[in-house]
Design a protein around this ligand. Structure first.
Ligand code: NDP
Length: 254
């Protein structure tokens, strides 16, 4: 176990993929982890069980993001489950990880898809930060999961890219605002990672090779590659770093 003993973390979208791995790593380092999901409660229970089986502590919180009142609903469930766990009220680490992607170029994206992308990927994290900060203890951490698409052009994912650009900007503004409380705010920008999102493209040897070729290490990222960086940013070791965007792409952008 690491140095997160006594800390409480909330990881949005930790039923699956990168979020699951971040939840598992923060719990391994000693944090009590709220495992959030949107609709897949079975997967969220699996994440929580994997944590408790390994000797960690976790509870699950369900809330659909991208709908009016989403942040209030999530934190109402968080407060209830936290109290039920017997832990002190409050939050130390918020990881804004949940997101969706409607691929499409400028002439393909519908207004509904655009609105949904913005609502889930940037409006929800904004209000989760707002509500989370009311609970966050001084010295806390906000970690926003962005994407490599904000540093190079990806016209075929234009709406998603815009929403992730918002995450980078949210990090910058919040970091300045929260310094007085000793709260750090940073962004992780992953490249291709082995999750459900890339499952179709990874299904053929050619598809796998194409994704792997982005990285100088010639492999696709694993969720743990992202989780380990999140653990550093959640820890005291990162106390002098705030407002930064970390390229965690295996050198894909070199
Ligand atoms: P997954 O699709 O594997 O998992 C998404 C998670 O977000 C799930 O837990 C899901 O919950 C939750 N979620 C999605 N939409 C909603 C919603 N409307 N309301 C509530 N919860 C929701 O994603 P990844 O693990 O691949 O991605 C995690 C993060 O990393 C995202 O921010 C993504 O943009 C970013 N990223 C991923 C890359 C990749 O290659 N995979 C590359 C670059 C960035 P449920 O299980 O209930 O559906």
């Amino acid at each position: 176990m690491g140095d997160l003993n006594g800390k409480t973390a909330l990881v949005t979208g930790s039923s699956r993929g990168i979020g699951r791995s971040i939840a598992q790593r923060l719990a391994k380092d000693g944090a009590l982890v709220a495992v959030h999901y949107g609709s897949n409660d079975t997967a969220a229970k699996e994440t929580a069980e994997s944590i408790t089986t390994a000797g960690g502590r976790a509870f699950i919180v369900g809330a659909e993001l991208g709908v009016l009142g989403d942040a209030e609903a999530l934190f109402a469930a968080f407060d209830t489950e936290l109290a039920a766990s017997g832990a002190e009220p409050g939050l130390d680490i918020l990881v804004n990880n949940a997101a969706l992607n409607f691929p499409g170029r400028i002439d393909q994206v519908t207004p509904e898809e655009f609105d949904r992308t913005i609502a889930v990927n940037i409006k929800a994290p904004f209000f989760l930060a707002q509500h989370g900060l009311r609970r966050m203890r001084d010295g806390g951490r906000i970690i926003n999961i962005s994407s490599a698409v904000t540093s190079t052009a990806h016209p075929s994912q234009i709406a998603y890219s815009i929403s992730k650009g918002g995450m980078d900007t949210l990090t910058l503004a919040l970091a300045k605002d929260l310094g007085a409380r000793g709260i750090t705010v940073n962004t992780i920008a992953p490249g291709w990672v082995e999750t459900d999102v890339t499952a179709t493209r990874r299904a053929t040897p050619e598809g796998r090779a194409a994704l792997a070729a982005y990285s100088v290490f010639n492999r696709i990222g694993k969720p743990q590659d992202i989780a380990d960086v999140a653990a550093f940013l959640a820890s005291d070791d990162s106390r002098w770093i705030t407002g930064q965007r970390f390229d965690v792409t295996g050198g894909s952008m070199l």
